[in-house]
Every structure is written in structure tokens, then in C-alpha cells.
Design a protein around this ligand. Structure first.
Ligand code: NAD
Length: 249
């Protein structure tokens, strides 16, 4: 059977389908993932700029990269984001756990979005904890400063920081309860989000759900955790799945 049709049937038959998304779902919106050749990460060493200790040591330096990253976040949702929002709207997807910090699922209309790594469209003061929209802050001189004098940090996590507690607990509960997980545009290599497909799948002695990958290429979980992979661009594959679900509904 064609894999688009198979995925549509599996989603339709699932009692509780959820999605786990990563940077790859936003590449077609113009936001590079970690692997893209000319992406942000080819110019900024992730160990140097991506760790909370680097930020604490030299926030002005890390904010140069953050400012560039935040400017990319003016991107718009692409057909993959809209297709997932549609799947939620018509009752086939219960939640999206996203590793992305770009807010594009919410902008596409998805309601139940768990921000596993936070959201770079907000900033938080490292002194008073106040959160505000990134649009409202002055980035003329870096690092940007809160009214209280504290240093502002994107309200997303750096390497070395804990996953926001509620997002962590909700995601692990959803992954344990679901009987189908779509794993879209993620290399499934960043811990602990990388554990969620394993929870959805269950174990050999206690098999649980179906795990379907949508990715341009095979990943660490392909053939180990995922039942099958639909190879290609998420922005082309997901709208076809939605169309097929509506056709067989
Ligand atoms: P990753 O860069 O490790 O992997 C991206 C995956 O997406 C790869 O497997 C790649 O083959 C696939 N991919 C790329 N374009 C695709 C497309 N059009 N269709 C389908 N698949 C496609 O990303 P990750 O697994 O999300 O982990 C990296 C971390 O980087 C995450 O923690 C995430 O928070 C962060 N990040 C977020 C953004 C964002 O918010 N948009 C961007 C870059 C990095």
C-alpha cells in the first residue's frame, strides 16, 4: 500500500494520535535546521553559543547570534504547519509536542501545542522573571535589559538548562498514553525529546503505539523505533495525508 494512504488509515484508526516535531518542519518556512549547510549553526559554534554557561559568561556575544536567530522568526507557517492544525481541527491529532521555538504551529492555528524547548518569541528577565514579547524589547545595545536592570534571555532553553517542568511532564504523559505518534522533521537526537518516540512505541514485551516518521532522510530511530518512514518534505507529505484522510473519512 502507498505510505500516504497507510498513514492516513493509521491516523484515522488511532484513538489518540499526537505529533512530535523538530526543526525540519520549519525549514520550508526559511528557518534553517541544525544540519543545513549555510544555516546559522554553520557560522556559530553550537558549543560556544548554545550553552547556558556561554550565555551567562558573555550574554552580549551570544545575543549577536540570538538577534540574527530572532530575525528569522518573522517567517510564516508552511503547508506542514497548516496540515497539522487541520488534523487537530478535524479531530485526528490531540496534541503537538514541538522542539521548535519559532511559534509557527500556534500561528498556523494549532491549539494544543507543548513547547518542549520554550519559545523564542518571548524573552524572560534573568533577574525578576518577567516575560514579554520579543517584539517589545530594544535590541539596539546588547544584551537587552529589563526595566528592573536584569539581563533578558529568550524564553527558550539553552543546552545545560532543564526542560520547562509542565512541558516535560505533559509530553511524557502524552507519549505514554498515545497509540500513534507522528515524528516530523526531527533527527530525534536531542535528549530528552529523543526519548518520546520510544515511550510511544513501547517495548518488545509491551508493544504500544505506531510511530510514523516524516523526514527527508533516515534518522537514528528509523527501523528501530519507527514502524515506517515517509521520506520527503513535510510540507508536501502532510497536506497529502490530510487530503487522503478526508477522502477515506
Ligand atoms: P535537527 O536539525 O537535528 O534535525 C532536523 C531534521 O529535519 C533532520 O532529520 C532533517 O533530515 C529533517 N528535515 C529537514 N528539512 C525537512 C523537511 N522539509 N521535511 C522533513 N524533514 C526535514 O533538528 P531537531 O531534531 O529539531 O533538533 C535540533 C534542536 O534545534 C531542537 O532542540 C530545536 O529546538 C532546535 N532548533 C529549532 C529551530 C526552530 O525553532 N525552527 C531551528 C533550529 C534548531
Amino acid at each position: 500500500m502507498n505510505l500516504i494512504r497507510k498513514a492516513a488509515k493509521d491516523i484515522k484508526n488511532a484513538k489518540m494520535a499526537i505529533a512530535l516535531t523538530g526543526a525540519g518542519i520549519s525549514t520550508e518556512s526559511g528557518i534553517p535546521d541544525f544540519r543545513s549547510k549555510d544555516g546559522l549553526w554553520s557560522r556559530y559554534d553550537i558549543n560556544e553559543y548554545g550553552h547556558i554557561n556561554s550565555f551567562k559568561k558573555n550574554p552580549a556575544k551570544v545575543w549577536i547570534m540570538l538577534k540574527e536567530m530572532i530575525s528569522l522568526l518573522h517567517a510564516k507557517p508552511n503547508p506542514a504547519h497548516y496540515a497539522l492544525a487541520e488534523l487537530e481541527r478535524i479531530g485526528y491529532i490531540k496534541a503537538i509536542i514541538t522542539q521548535n521555538v519559532d511559534n509557527l504551529h500556534q500561528e498556523a492555528g494549532s491549539k494544543n501545542v507543548i513547547e518542549f524547548h520554550g519559545n523564542f518569541k518571548r524573552v524572560v528577565c534573568m533577574n525578576c522573571g518577567k516575560k514579554q514579547s520579543v517584539e517589545k524589547i530594544d535590541m539596539q545595545s546588547l544584551p537587552p535589559i529589563c526595566d528592573c536592570g536584569g539581563i533578558l534571555k529568550p524564553d527558550g532553553i539553552f543546552f545545560g538548562e532543564a526542560i520547562p517542568r509542565n512541558a516535560y511532564l505533559t509530553s511524557f504523559e502524552l507519549a505514554t498514553k498515545c497509540d500513534l505518534m507522528l515524528v516530523i522533521g526531527t533527527s530525534a537526537s536531542v535528549y530528552p525529546a529523543s526519548q518520546l518516540p520510544y515511550l510511544a512505541k513501547g517495548s518488545l514485551t509491551n508493544p504500544k503505539g505506531i510511530v510514523i516518521e516524516i523526514n527527508k532522510e533516515a534518522t537514528d530511530i528509523t527501523g528501530i523505533v519507527s514502524d515506517y518512514i515517509i521520506e520527503g518534505k513535510a510540507g508536501e507529505i502532510l497536506p497529502k495525508i490530510v487530503e487522503e484522510i478526508k477522502f477515506i473519512a
